[in-house]
Design a protein. Sequence first.
Length: 181
Amino acid sequence: MHPLISELHQDHINLSRLLDLLERESMLFRRGEDPDYFLMLDMVEYVESYPDLIHHPREDAIFRVYLERHHEGEDVIQQLTDEHKALVAHSHRLRDMLEEVLQGSVLSREIIETQLFTYIEMQRSHLNAEEAQVFELMDEALEPEDWARIKQMIPATDDPLFGGQVQKRYEAIYAQILAIA
């Protein structure tokens, strides 16, 4: 497996761990308890700062280079590219909603719960589709010169939560993820 595909795969594993934690917090609604809104907001802001801003553009670059010479899976790739945009928009809406709650706005628990579970399901469905339908395809079809070109197109950025050093603002998330592992 090409190192870039391996990195994207590891990002998916990491995001899945984060989604497990977000789901755990969201389940508190169903038990009539209050989740840690600050922790949930930090998780969504992490998604905005790394998966939405770095990870998805990396995938989009790989998709673009692949589609220049290949057509197999084109519909799925277009759908995944469109989902990247939808996921970014959903992240922003969810962040705004959580910020409103933390600023004292009264929102229905049902609305918050629905938004959270919809978000988690969208993310998981997207990750599963990429893993099952396109990563192997890209790995097999792209040539070394394609990968060299892609590497020039994408930023080399360390993951602020799961990378070499956890950024201070994400330490609470990381501790919680380790606690449920």
